[in-house]
Design a protein around this ligand. Structure first.
Ligand code: NAG
Ligand code: NAG
Ligand code: NAG
Ligand code: NAG
Ligand code: NAG
Ligand code: NAG
Length: 447
């Protein structure tokens, strides 16, 4: 009697130990997936246009895959670039399309060339994630083994990204990375709009999948509640304050891209604050975005605003460990005054006056801080004086990200050691009993 109770006892201990093994991830380095932000992915393009455009001779109406964003060659013919990069949304079918005769896709899916630098031919002057990638390589990370890039078509909003298969790809990339590095879960690092895309995707994967595949989600400079600077892009164009670029050069893209209104400020956070004014007395709050877009005759974006925001807000609760890094104390626009009586289809000049506040130069501090909405597990790290993109070059921030990943890796290593010693204890406890049981079974068979 006594001995069979002890046997049950031991069996229970063994079961507990075995389920402990499932609980602790016994693997090595957590594979890292890098998801860039707006304009941060390398895109390539193939063109085969039947109907020549006015600048056809200039635009190469036919060419095989070549880098479109960013390449100096493509940028040297802006009318072609701006025409070819426009997305057309079909409200009747709810489908997003490339320009006729144009195909655009992310470059080097899964590898690092599509995310390391804007221009793969000139990484030295256009490096975005280069510092972080080099830092991770110094820690032993290897491209496509445990370090991956997830470039995406940043013209699109979440719904469009879903249609072109980005989230399906991302799921496969994570599952492949976890399978290729047994016993680990993936760490996601997403910059700016990439963090909104990641959130949209994670919220639809569900807790069970997240628990099995994601170790942590690290966001950098994420506009959790949108950004008033996105309004300026649609209204008059945004040259990112680079004075040699005309303010409205990129407007044809910025005023049609589905990602534009996706990044508009969220009505809940910005409430009654007037964000855009005209000399004639028109006042627009975040909630007036659709009216403003109609006043500007930007019908496509007016149609896309509601769809984009409905898919994003309110922000979901995520159970995943989250670390949000952002810059601050950089002067950031949050309201614009235009020197026109009223908006019309003709693009207005650059804003005459701006109201500025605290932020990272692109995103207002309140939107950056809204990361706390995701739940009590969130940890926010503020890097004073780091700008929206500059934070990726700031040594403290890059080191901070690598430390977060390495701390997770070390913890897993300790768990592994702990688990191994538990195994030894389990074996030393079980072995004598297994012998006893074996001899009993042998005995009972005999009798
Ligand atoms: C654009 O072209 C690429 C390559 O053919 C295609 O995979 C993608 O779905 C297209 N994007 C849209 C929005 O239609
Ligand atoms: C998805 O991944 C495939 C390679 O597996 C790649 O060719 C394709 O461009 C990717 N598409 C998107 C939208 O990421
Ligand atoms: C930066 O911090 C200083 C000192 O706290 C403050 O006076 C200044 O207004 C801040 N600037 C911005 C843009 O937030
Ligand atoms: C911009 O600011 C100046 C100086 O305060 C003011 O005179 C002007 O009316 C403002 N312009 C607009 C369009 O608000
Ligand atoms: C407004 O946009 C529509 C379609 O987007 C276009 O047909 C119309 O000509 C535009 N109106 C003006 C005044 O530009
Ligand atoms: C941020 O920049 C301001 C002005 O350049 C400087 O006074 C301040 O010390 C800086 N703060 C940090 C934490 O670097």
């Amino acid at each position: 009697m006594g001995s069979s109770r002890s046997t049950r006892h031991l069996a229970a201990v063994a079961i507990v130990l075995c389920s402990l093994q499932d609980l602790v991830t016994a693997g090595g380095r957590s594979p890292v997936i890098i998801i860039p932000g707006l304009a941060g992915s390398v895109l390539e393009e193939k063109v085969n246009q039947a109907n020549p455009r006015p600048w056809y001779w200039f635009c190469q109406g036919k060419h095989d895959w070549q880098v479109l964003w960013f390449s100096l060659q493509a940028a040297s013919r802006p009318p072609c670039l701006l025409d070819e990069m426009q997305i057309r949304f079909d409200g009747a079918t709810g489908r997003y399309h490339n320009q006729t005769g144009v195909e655009i896709r992310p470059y080097d899916w899964g590898g690092l060339t599509g995310v390391a630098a804007l221009d793969p031919d000139a990484p030295a002057y256009s490096g975005t994630y280069l510092e972080l990638i080099n830092g991770l390589k110094d820690e032993g990370y290897q491209e496509r083994k445990d370090l991956f890039g997830a470039p995406f078509d940043f013209r699109l909003n979440a719904e469009g990204l879903q249609q072109v298969g980005f989230f399906k790809n991302l799921t496969e990339l994570v599952e492949g990375a976890v399978a290729g590095n047994p016993g680990t879960k993936a760490t996601l690092i997403a910059h700016s709009m990439g963090a909104l895309a990641t959130t949209f995707w994670l919220a639809r994967k569900g807790d069970q999948w997240i628990d099995a595949h994601i170790a942590a989600f690290i966001s950098v400079s994420a506009p959790w509640q949108g950004s008033p600077t996105a309004l300026k892009g649609s209204i008059s164009g945004d040259n990112f304050d680079i004075s040699v670029i005309p303010h409205d050069l990129l407007r044809p893209l910025q005023s049609t891209a589905p990602s534009g209104p996706w990044l508009f400020p969220a009505a809940d956070l910005w409430g009654d604050k007037v964000l855009v004014e005209t000399r004639g007395g028109d006042k627009y709050r975040a909630a007036d975005a659709v009216k403003m877009l109609h006043d500007l005759n930007l019908t496509q974006q007016a149609e896309l605003y509601g769809r984009s925001h409905a898919a994003t807000y309110p922000l979901p609760k995520l159970r995943v460990p989250m670390y949000c890094l952002h810059g601050s104390n950089v002067s950031t626009d949050y309201a614009f005054q235009y020197d026109v009586d009223h908006f019309s289809a003709a693009p207005p000049p650059a804003p005459a006056n701006r109201t500025t506040g605290d932020g990272d130069g692109t995103v207002d501090i309140r939107s950056l801080m809204a990361c706390k909405e995701f739940g009590p597990q969130v940890k926010i790290f503020d890097f004073p004086n780091a700008s929206h993109l500059g934070i990726l070059q700031q040594k403290d921030a890059v080191k901070g990200i690598i430390d977060l990943i390495q701390t997770g890796n070390t913890r897993r290593h300790l768990y592994r050691r702990f688990w191994q010693s538990l195994q030894q204890i389990k074996n030393s406890l079980l072995q004598p009993w297994q012998q006893v049981l074996a001899s009993r079974r042998a005995g009972s068979k005999l009798s």
